[in-house]
Structure formats: C-alpha cells, structure tokens
Design a protein around this ligand. Sequence first.
Ligand code: NAI
Length: 332
Amino acid sequence: MKTYFFSTHNFERKYLNYWTDKLGINSVFLETRLSEETLGLVKDADSISCWASDDLSKGVLQSLNRLGIKFISLRSAGFSHLDLDFAKDNNFSVARVPSYSPEAIAEHTLGLLMCLNRKFPRAYQRVKDFNFSLDGLEGVTLHGKNVGIVGVGKIGEAFARIMKGMGCHIYLCDPNVDELLARELEAQFVDLKTLLKISDVVSLHCPLNEKTKYLINKETIEYLKKDAFLINTGRGALIETQALIDKLKRKDIRGVGLDVYEYEENIFSHDHSLEGISDEKLLRLMSFPNVLITSHQAFFTSEALDNIARISCENIKNFNENLPINEQNILC
Ligand code: NAI
C-alpha cells in the first residue's frame, strides 16, 4: 500500500518521517500542491494525504476515482477545500484530524491580544534602538475586563479558560449553550449583538460557513465599543475586510489582531519579501499602527505538528490494515 503526501512543508517533515516510519507507511512526500495539473505525479497510490491548501474539488476527486484512490487522509481539521457531498456520493473514505491542540490556538490569541495591548513589538524595536521612552506604550489592565468569545468549541473554551484565569468576565456566544461551562467560568451566554456591545475584547472562534461569513460586517462592527480589541484566529471571511478598514480609518477601535485574512490564500505561508505584495486591502490593514497580523500560525507548535502527523498517519494505517478508524476523525 502506498500513500502520496501532497503539500508537505519543511516544518512537517520531521514529524511525518517519524510517524510514517513508526507506523510502517509506504510514503511518497511531495512539496507540490494537489490540483488537476499535478495529479499526474500520482502513480500506484492507494491513498493520498492532503494539507488544507490542496484542491479536493469535484474535478480532482473524479480523477482520483479514475486512478482508483479511495482513501484521503486530511492533515487538517477544516475541510472547506473538499467537496464532501461528491466524496460521499462516490464512496470515498475521508478522515481528518478534528483536534490537534486547541490550546495552541488559544495561546496565540492571547499573544496577539497582549502584543496589541502592551505594544511589545514597538517596545522591542525601541529598546533595540536605545530608545527607552515609554511614551505611547500605555496599555490597559485586562483583569476585570469583559471578554466576548464567539464560537465556544474546543478553541473558544480553551481561550475562555485562559481569560478567566486572568480575572476577566467571560461572555459567550454559540448556538449550542453549554450551561455547565458557563457555571464553571461564571460566564454568560448572550446573543452576538449583546456580546459585541459589552465586550472590551472580542475573539472569534467559530467555523466559516454560509451563516458565519461576514459575521462582523458594516452593521455589526458598529456595535463594538470604541476602545475594544477585536481578534480573529478563526477564518478570514468571518470579518468583512472593507468594513474593518473603514472602522480603523475612523479610529473607532483600539486594536485588531488577525491570524487569518479574507484573501490570505497564495499570500500567507509564502515568502514575498523580494517581490512584495499587491493586495490593496492587506496593504491597507498593515498600514494601521493598531493592527497586528500573523500569517495563519496560531496552530504552529511542536505538539500540534506532532499530533497532526500522528493522527493523520494512524488514519492511513487503520485504512490500510482494514482496522476501524476513530469515529470522530471520519468525514465519510
Ligand atoms: P469546534 O467545532 O470545536 O467549535 C466551533 C464552535 O463554533 C462550535 O461550538 C459551534 O457551535 C460554534 N458556532 C458555529 N456557528 C456559530 C455561530 N454562528 N456563532 C457562534 N458560534 C458558532 O471548532 P474549534 O476546533 O474550536 O475551531 C474553531 C475554528 O478555529 C475552526 O473552524 C477554524 O476555522 C479555526 N482554526 C484556526 C486555526 C489557526 O491556526 N488560526 C487552527 C485551527 C482552527
């Protein structure tokens, strides 16, 4: 049995080498992204392993079908790059890694917030430049502030626990109300409008789908307090970028931390330092002193990379050996 691993990054190799070796998976590692154009690279494969940037749309699945590939192991939790209905209708088996380190993303969210609030990037540059002045570095004490969390799944809950530990009042918004968690954290479930109105920090942790696209739009963004922080480590299109830019232009928000961006594909995770970028909206966002952007790196810890490699390889091994795959990992 042979598995082709698409879009393998340098940073994954150590973990993939270890787990494919340990689990006895006959693997071919390719740096190439899976698409209609690169399918020709697959020869005698029984399964493929894909990153979130690979193309698993209907056309590619049709070709994989013709090649006799029936199992796809996703090295991600998200699957918006997969035509799930088509995969189901055509008897593909697809497994993912539903959770690899929610705390990693929650900790990065805190990092963005702390950097915005206490202005660490600016302070670091200043001291490097022998400028020891404190002017302009003032932050707020987060203890006692209201933190609003939109999407209270694995990551949202982890972030809520961190912020509770910092002495914040927690407000939660999720169609699934978890009364037990609310009681434990002395938190309150509220609707989105209320959450946006009362929170000093708003953090987005819900998935992107038809209902959540532009959750923060030109209307809802106006509910935010003038001195609120808005953090998005969920998905870029949860926020209508133009509405955010307009808000920032009016100096109507204290700070914005983004690990994801609506049009991040082909920009994030790549080195554009020599040619620059031409995305006008991203350039505009980067021009605001109170915006901090990271390149979709919230998940990026050793533990998360190890879990992604281990769980996705276990899924392959179980498929190869006709053993049951963990039910929570199965998409179809
Ligand atoms: P999860 O499935 O455990 O939780 C998502 C929660 O969002 C669920 O409780 C769901 O009920 C809630 N939700 C759905 N629609 C909602 C709405 N309209 N309003 C409020 N809540 C809503 O997912 P998990 O693991 O916590 O991940 C959340 C998101 O984080 C993922 O969908 C993904 O987009 C993002 N993510 C970002 C990463 C990064 O590196 N920046 C890495 C991993 C995930």
